[in-house]
Design a protein around this ligand. Sequence first.
Ligand code: PLP
Length: 434
Amino acid sequence: MDPDAILDIIRDKLIPATVNYNHPRMMSYVSSASLTLPGLVEGLVASLKIFPYSWALTPGSTQIEVTVGRWLGAAVGFSDNAASYMTTGGTGANLMALLAARVARTDWDVRRDGVTGHAPLTAYASDQTHKCLDQSFAMMGLGTSALRKIETDAGFRVRVDLLEAAIAKDIAEGLQPFCIIGTAGTTNTGAVDDLEALADLAERYDLWFHVDGAYGALAALSPRVRPLFAGMDRADSLVVDPHKWLNVPYEAGCLLVKTWGALSETFSLVHEYMRNIDTDDAHDHWHHGWELTRGDRALKVWVALKQYGASGFRRMIDQHLDMSARLAAMVEQAEDLELLTRPSLSIFCFRYVPPDLHGDPSKGQYLDRLNEAIETQIQRSGDGLITGTDLAGKRCFRPCFVNYRLTQEGIDTVIAQLREIARGVDARMRGSDA
Ligand SMILES: Cc1ncc(COP(=O)(O)O)c(C=O)c1O
């Protein structure tokens, strides 16, 4: 086919059938937009087939990836000299962290011998932990039940006392704890665990301390919320996701660890047909991850950081913190909305409650159905997107502010639409229930 005709198909068929993440009224999931120059660079990287793998073949992009890891580690206060590996996203980076934790905290050759014949390995995280960690435990062959889900407090932060009790119980029963996982910004509510207390526990029990900061860790750029992240610098590994709050194109997740050795001991593998390009340099990425062929995921992040600097992103993050605080305050005042969590970062939860049903506990199921139906209707409207979640048994909305194109006007429009749609859906549902 003629290239123009191919591009016409993309314009006419594919793009209209795609949610527009660059939209100023996109405030769903953890969805950010794509900055222009990093987006263009992504095309360049693909065209040149840049493949950051070995220092000998691609010293430029290899160095860029190392630099980006150091910059991200320094920006969030994890380490000024972090070892790193760019991944497809937070899911892959969390899995890699747990693999490294397992190698570091077992006293046999787990890569060669696996886990059979040893005390079962266990790890600990809050019940608000992202599902990708369950996925990791399933994929590691440890089983999802090896990840102990610990209850959270009223602010959806892990109960450290219960976490310690769970470790002690497992040890007493002959199991082998190997890792504590803290979350720096949960997906549901943006809660940041007490990382200092978790670091203390990890130290006391000689466990690997991992922090999932895929959504929230970059907020540590802002001095306004930085104190929430105290203790993150004591983690052995940290996940940050530049394709979220840094607004770079997919795919850009990043695993940060304290030492390159933690990665190479877990992943290093030299292919005989490529041995002669192995420089055994600390920055050959084939020693630091599980992939052979991989695209360059760091250049777009480097470009974004060069263009806007930490200060540019700090300003944007502060705006998002303001936007979420402002909207939460408005929700709290509204007679038809109920605030369920306050934003500690840029996510919070609320639901629509018709004024005459406020405070009526018998209407819980109806409110769940109502809020779910409103969400569906909003998604179909195509005018803006705000999505929901289940929180403490309640269906609710969960706006998330990480999109640099989001405007105050856009937010006000989405909320006005939500209330209008809600009134219509409520009237219809009551009519058909009657
Ligand atoms: C806290 C947290 N961890 C992990 C992930 C998974 O990241 P990704 O979608 O980049 O794989 C997410 C995604 O929203 C998240 O919010």
